[in-house]
Design a protein around this ligand. Structure first.
Ligand SMILES: [Zn+2]
Length: 268
């Protein structure tokens, strides 16, 4: 854990990344999820809520007293497990997400939620805000732009704080095994999204899964470039998988990419 990190209890770790930007980690959960709380002058946003093994609401309440909106980066169960504990919820306004609303309630389909992986059941919620791609969430003094970053899953979004040059990339980019082997994964989408992200040199990229060291996963432009290079070479057939079943490509010493046969799309 870094000097900026501390334990909230025996489950949640908190790291202050920048003023008003907190990483809330679950180092004891086997997927080591990291959720992000961004606090502005007028409001706060919780980006991802973890698998819901423990209630995250007390952690958030200890960090901010601003009106809070919770928003998932995508619907996978390890990011949406605590959504139902919050009353004000936002979703990215993507057709694939809009189609999940029935009788004013949001029901995640299992091919986007994947709850059966760990025996988890979606709890229906009401969505109060549908934010379009490109929308700037204004928290008062802090603005976050919503970017569509599919590849891992079709509904994945990232948040960009342009002023501070911080990208919350969720499952699009973190250290370790990146998953393009789940339903809806797409390497062509991954490449298009990575090309669109080509960003400022000093960007800090924060991912949604960490390492056992208990430190929030920080990456940089070099990691994004490594991903881009790997994706282009996979497309061109010049990078071969180091292992198969599923195909596993080395991206760098820090990351690997796991790919299902379906995820190659029109590249194969
Ligand atoms: Zn995911």
């Amino acid at each position: 854990m870094t000097p900026e990190g501390r334990w909230f209890d025996d489950w949640y770790a908190i790291e202050t990344i920048a003023p008003g930007l907190y990483a809330i980690g679950e180092p004891k959960y086997h997927q080591i999820n990291w959720n992000y709380l961004i606090e502005g002058r007028d409001a706060a946003l919780l980006f991802d809520t973890g698998p819901g093994v423990r209630d995250i609401a007390p952690v958030v309440a200890s960090l901010t007293d601003r009106p809070l909106i919770a928003m998932p980066s995508h619907l996978h169960y390890d990011h949406t497990g605590n959504l139902h504990r919050f009353s004000d919820l936002a979703m990215a306004d993507l057709p694939v997400l809009r189609s999940c609303v029935r009788d004013s309630q949001f029901h995640a389909p299992d091919d986007l939620y994947l709850g059966h992986y760990e025996d988890m059941t979606w709890k229906p919620v009401t969505i109060n805000h549908w934010w379009s791609i490109g929308h700037e969430i204004d928290l008062g003094g802090i603005k976050l732009e919503i970017l569509h970053t599919p590849g891992h899953s079709p509904d994945s979004v990232s948040l960009l704080d342009r002023r501070r040059n911080i990208l919350l990339a969720a499952d699009f980019l973190y250290l370790g095994d990146l998953y393009a082997q789940v339903p809806g994964s797409s390497l062509p989408d991954y490449l298009i999204a990575a090309e669109a992200l080509q960003s400022d040199p000093g960007v800090t990229i924060l991912g949604a899964h960490g390492q056992p060291d208990g430190v929030a996963p920080r990456l940089g432009k070099a990691d994004l470039e490594d991903l881009l290079k790997a994706l282009r070479e996979i497309r061109n057939g010049t990078r071969k998988p180091a292992k198969t079943g599923p195909d596993c490509y080395e991206i760098s010493g820090r990351m690997q990419l796991l790919v299902s046969p379906e995820a190659y799309g029109n590249w194969r």
